[in-house]
Design a protein around this ligand. Structure first.
Ligand SMILES: *Cc1c(COP(=O)(O)O)cnc(C)c1O
Length: 395
């Protein structure tokens, strides 16, 4: 382990201080990166949260160590896949589990399993609909933007709004019912009723909870609720490898999902999960269950308070602490002002932050509004964000 670390550090040619920071996974956007510099890429301060376009999350040392060790051996991959799946299922109180190539790939292989009903001949035929229960029912408010992941299996999405419409839509062609966890407050049919209808009518239900691994009890909440398949991203709150995801649920459906994904030829052959990702995600799950989330939460609250304090007394600007009801349920800062009164748009503020050094990426939910996630900030990055915002609003 020691020699591994030394080798990693030599490769990166870091200063002793940066090397110490690297060992604790505590580099910031300002830490020198010869690699990214050689590519002409400037690391950014992540004020958006765990999002794929900024690189997901930062893997903790435990995860990197597991990936490094996994990378040094040949192993029978299908055997590793099963063993890791069994271990994760045990840890997350699920009947069965498998590591996928991101949450999006979990949607695809899970859909393939439901549509083919565990029949290898049917699985091979996908996306051909002949002899397949190819309809997937989804509430209108549960559109996720990830419908393509189901459609590439040949699924036809049937959209409903009310409970009555949902019940009427179920027929002999229905293969699955899709639920977007974070849309639960918006949908007319809530999780429990959705699951009940699925069970009554013999249709498997899938819950996409990719961004909803906080609080950690959510990792077993939805399988306990009765969803047949539940999905989480591996590279978001869990801080596993970015191209990893979790498919949890019914044993027979997980069993039917394995042959839908790489290394088997078929619909998911392009969704390869390496030995490094499998072992990395397992280490990430083990770590996540041990983290003191309350202490982490308090640290996030300190960062929120620091940014709000920096903007105190700036005329016409108001701040709020904001915790989403569901999905990324951690403290954020909201900044609010009247654009016309100040002659400054939220688009301009976002642009100025991005053009600065180091660049800062945040979201603008609307006019005169900024949403800042402090979750993925490191070191004193929240102080830089507070200072830069104050400068922009004071200018
Ligand atoms: C992020 C996300 C996905 C995709 O997750 P990946 O792990 O990047 O494939 C799917 N569904 C929802 C709701 C998400 O938030």
């Amino acid at each position: 382990m020691k020699s591994t670390r030394r080798r990693l550090l030599q490769t990166a040619a870091l200063s002793p201080a940066a090397a110490a920071a690297a060992a604790t996974g505590n580099l910031t956007a300002s830490s020198p990166s010869p690699l990214y510099a050689s590519l002409g890429i400037k690391p950014v301060i992540n004020g958006v949260g765990v999002v794929t376009v900024l690189g997901g999350s930062i893997m903790p040392p435990e995860v990197i160590r597991a990936m490094e060790e996994a990378s040094r051996y040949f192993i029978p991959l299908p055997e590793l896949e099963r063993k890791v799946g069994m271990r994760i299922a045990e840890l997350l109180k699920a009947p069965a589990a498998m590591v996928t190539c991101g949450a999006a790939s979990a949607i695809t292989v899970g859909t393939a399993a439901c549509l083919s009903e565990g029949d290898p001949a049917k699985l091979r035929r996908l996306p051909n609909r002949e002899g397949i229960r190819y309809e997937v029912i989804q509430q209108k408010s549960h559109r996720s933007g990830y419908e393509h992941q189901m459609e590439l299996c040949g699924a036809k999405i049937v959209t409903v709004e009310t409970r009555k419409e949902l019940e009427a839509a179920i027929n002999e062609k229905t293969g699955m019912m899709f639920f977007l966890n974070k849309a639960d407050p918006d949908g007319q049919v809530k999780a429990e009723e959705f699951v009940r209808i699925g069970k009554e009518r013999g249709v498997p239900t899938m819950n996409d909870a990719a961004s909803d691994a906080t609080p950690k009890e959510n990792l077993w909440k939805y399988t306990a609720q009765g969803f047949d398949l539940v999905i989480f991203s591996g590279g978001k709150a869990l801080r596993g490898p970015q191209p990893s995801g979790l498919l949890l649920g019914r044993k027979d459906l997980i069993e039917a999902s394995y042959p839908a994904m790489s290394p088997y030829a078929g619909i998911g052959r392009g969704m390869k999960v390496g030995k490094e990702e499998m072992c990395g995600l397992l280490a990430a799950v083990e770590r996540y269950l041990k983290v003191d989330h309350e202490a982490e939460y308090r640290e996030l609250d300190r960062r929120v308070a620091s940014i709000r304090q920096a903007l105190e007394g700036v005329p016409g600007v108001r701040t709020e602490r904001h915790v989403p009801v569901i999905a990324n349920e951690v403290p954020h800062v909201k900044v609010l002002w009247d654009e016309s009164a100040r002659g400054l748009s939220s688009q301009e503020v976002v642009g100025k932050l991005r053009d600065g050094d180091p660049p800062i990426h945040i979201q603008r939910p609307g006019n005169g509004q900024l949403l800042i996630s402090v979750w993925m900030m490191r070191g004193a990055e929240h102080e830089i964000v507070g200072r830069r915002l104050k400068e922009i609003f004071r200018a």
